[in-house]
Design a protein around this ligand. Structure first.
Ligand code: CTP
Length: 465
């Protein structure tokens, strides 16, 4: 059968085709296909091997995900990912990088997506038909899987030399990366630097997982997340994006984590707080549309997306950062601030001295950040919320704290070691307010955060009515 590409058609005919396609709201290629089908007297011709599959009609509400497949061995899993996304009712368009074509073919990706696969930035047929700007604009979410070290480096530096990177630079949609590479490449400082930059730019990531690599005998962090995990991540992001935003336009300040109080330049006093509860609250507040500042003590947690994080060490640093972050509509004090610091902290490392057994460390009280903010005469956030970490008489102590610290709500929890709350993933809260006590069921720290944000939204909206 004769083969003809749009490029081979003369300019006048091309122009006529463009006008006709625009009139029918079709791409030029689809218009040509329609004309050929009509001429052949068949409107239902299935795609033949070697041809580009005809686009499948989608329900108007189908969300459009653009999948960029990078050039790595994990690319074979991306075909399964397309299936998983389609199972969830999503429309999937696909771009293959040049390197990806070494691992999967446009034909196989096109057969599964049911759409044309895009590969070339400078393909005039595609540019006047769909074009990289339209690809960027029409995606509700862009997934890069596998995201190679090379693609991540290009993205972090704003390069746009091929179709994939040009689309990534042109899009306003959320981007989700599923990195996959050799563990040494993943651990390399350059990759980690690029990753940090991408996260700071608001790019979401999933994986890589730990495990066996394609190279025999190699294992470590570098395996692409499984297609089901990525599909679940996509669903989560789209759900969050479409969720109501009851805190839109509100500024929320959260403190989290422990503080480190120096003994000398190399030693410090700390506590067992993981920061998980405060981080979960900051994430939930951002998900509810708030503008969130998270003042964080030293923790070992990934930086939450869409949240401004201010890193601090000591209680005094934390107070300073909190005051700088004001004004706020809501302030939530989830940090386990050290009550005392060493008054005579050494400027140099304290040395063992013959004849002298132990150094004398004098403690002095730290500022109470929650109380300071709650008692501000001006610029006090409208809603000030504290935690009460107790090991006995939980409710009585929490009620006393509410009054003493001058806050509006206290989330009381029992942090006795047997509860596993400090550093653990679950929490059991009693919400203490001026109007009484509400016991929440034992739940994950994420669910505690969601419950708290729902209460805050209700309180703020009640205030506004
Ligand atoms: N808090 C604070 N600054 C401090 C100490 C505590 O902002 N220097 C805040 C915590 O973030 C929490 C609340 O105060 O929201 C209660 O903290 P908690 O550790 O339960 O109580 P303390 O005030 O430290 O009192 P105590 O240790 O005597 O129970």
């Amino acid at each position: 059968m004769a083969s003809l590409t749009v490029r081979q058609i003369d300019d006048a005919l091309k122009q006529q085709l463009r006008l006709r396609a625009a009139r029918h709201g079709r791409s030029v290629e689809d218009e040509v296909r329609t004309i050929l089908r009509e001429a052949a007297g068949d409107t239902e011709t299935p795609p033949t091997a070697g041809s580009t599959p005809a686009p499948v009609e989608k329900p108007a509400a189908a969300k459009r995900v653009l999948l960029i497949i990078g050039g790595g061995i994990a690319a074979y899993k991306s075909l399964d990912l397309i299936r998983r996304l389609k199972e969830r009712g999503l429309t999937v368009r696909c771009i293959l990088t040049k390197a990806a074509e070494e691992f999967v073919t446009p034909l196989s990706a096109g057969a599964i997506t049911g759409e044309r696969v895009f590969t070339d930035l400078f393909d005039p047929a595609h540019e006047f038909d769909v074009g990289h700007i339209r690809l960027a604009r029409e995606a509700e979410l862009i997934v890069v899987a596998p995201a190679t070290a090379d693609l991540m480096a290009k993205m972090a530096n704003g390069l746009a030399g091929d179709l994939a990177t040009a689309v990534l630079l042109a899009t306003k949609a959320q981007i989700l990366l599923a990195p996959a590479m050799n563990p040494a490449m993943w651990a390399n400082r350059a990759t980690q630097r690029n990753l940090a930059q991408l996260i700071a730019d608001g790019v979401a990531t999933i994986g890589p997982n730990e495990g066996e690599m394609a190279e025999s005998g190699e294992r470590g962090f570098g395996r692409m997340a499984e297609p089901l995990e990525i599909a679940a991540g996509v669903e989560r992001i789209l759900k969050l994006r479409d969720a109501p935003k009851p805190l839109k336009g509100k500024r929320v300040l959260v403190t989290a984590g422990p503080t480190h109080e120096p003994i000398d330049p190399v030693r410090y006093i700390a506590n067992r707080s993981s920061g998980k509860q405060g981080y979960a609250i900051a994430i939930a507040a951002a998900g509810a549309g708030a503008d969130v500042v998270l003042v964080s003590g030293p923790v070992n947690l990934p930086r939450p997306q869409g949240v401004t994080v201010v890193d601090v060490e000591s209680a005094r640093d934390m107070l300073e950062a909190v005051e700088r972050a004001l004004p706020a509509d809501v302030a939530i004090f989830a940090a386990a601030v050290a009550d005392w610091r060493v008054a005579n902290a050494g400027a140099q490392k304290i040395k063992k001295q013959a004849g002298k057994t132990t150094p004398d460390l004098a403690l002095t009280e730290n500022p109470d950040i929650l109380s300071t903010i709650a008692h501000r005469a001006s610029g006090r956030p409208g809603l000030v919320i504290g935690f009460a970490a107790e090991t006995e008489n939980v409710l009585a102590n929490a009620k006393a704290k509410l009054a003493k610290k001058g806050c509006d709500w206290i989330l009381a929890n029992d942090v006795s070691p047997e509860t596993g709350i400090m550093g653990g993933d679950r929490n059991t809260i009693q919400l203490v307010t001026a109007s009484g006590v509400e016991a929440w069921p034992p739940q994950s720290k994420e669910d505690v955060a969601a419950t708290l944000i729902a209460h805050i939204a209700a309180a703020l909206n009640g205030e506004q009515n």
